[in-house]
Design a protein around this ligand. Sequence first.
Ligand SMILES: Cc1cc2nc3c(=O)[nH]c(=O)nc-3n(C[C@H](O)[C@H](O)[C@H](O)COP(=O)(O)O)c2cc1C
Length: 268
Amino acid sequence: MIKTDICDLLGIEYPVLQGGMAWVSNASLASAVSNAGGLGIIAAMNSNGEQLRSEIQKTREMTAKPFGVNVMLMSPFAEEVASVIAEEKIPVVTTGAGNPSRFIPLWKDAGTKIIPVIPSCALARMVEKRGADAVIAEGSESGGHVGELTTMALVPQVCDAVKIPVIAAGGIADGRGMAAVFMLGAVGIQMGTRFLVARECTIHQNYKNKILAAKDIDTILTGKRLGHPVRCLKKSGVKIITRKGIRYHRFKRGTRIYGNRGAQTRGS
Ligand SMILES: Cc1cc2nc3c(=O)[nH]c(=O)nc-3n(C[C@H](O)[C@H](O)[C@H](O)COP(=O)(O)O)c2cc1C
């Protein structure tokens, strides 16, 4: 297995990151990936500081290897979780959905390596200037919230735009995808969807089955009109939202899906 600068930077054996996934990547999945030699990442999603601290403690009981925390910058608890990450001296932080510049000094002081997920060269350059250690260039093939550019178009441009290491994400699920993005200049990969079906991933088996059964055209982008595109499985709830363009829908069983959030994690 190939070793790159990312392995030395993060203290891992393989240049493979498991992407932070809201409602999915908890202590069980993150510790399993770290124990296997990659970098497991707990999703802070919209947890408050103490909920995150408890997940960090659980992860530490399950692995002695480095692991990371992913901060959703849109979370109302972003400040709180940023402080917990510094207090707990988490080795690596990744950030999604925005510009993490305001937290960079705090995390630098704690010795945390900072790896923002970026959808464009402009944001890659900005976070490099502010002190990011690497970036994750995530293309729109990715599950969850996505940007405009595809992995194939984004990764080489980001590699040319910055000097820090570039990790590629979006639509990578095996060694072929990894080899392809290495040819584009990346020195590591982040995968999300592939890890959903791992034994150690605690999502429901029905959700895993839907992922495994999904074919080439079975995902859809929702939320483009609202400015927050999300790639999710094309299931019945998602079809209603995209067809009617409604902000929420009350299902017969009483389940609520607000806007485009939630549908991706329920596999509905
Ligand atoms: C169910 C799900 C939830 C996700 N939640 C987050 C999140 O909370 N924060 C984040 O930065 N990225 C999130 N992502 C993106 C992943 O971290 C990763 O970058 C992406 O899944 C890579 O693309 P792939 O799914 O094609 O492997 C999520 C992805 C999925 C599939």
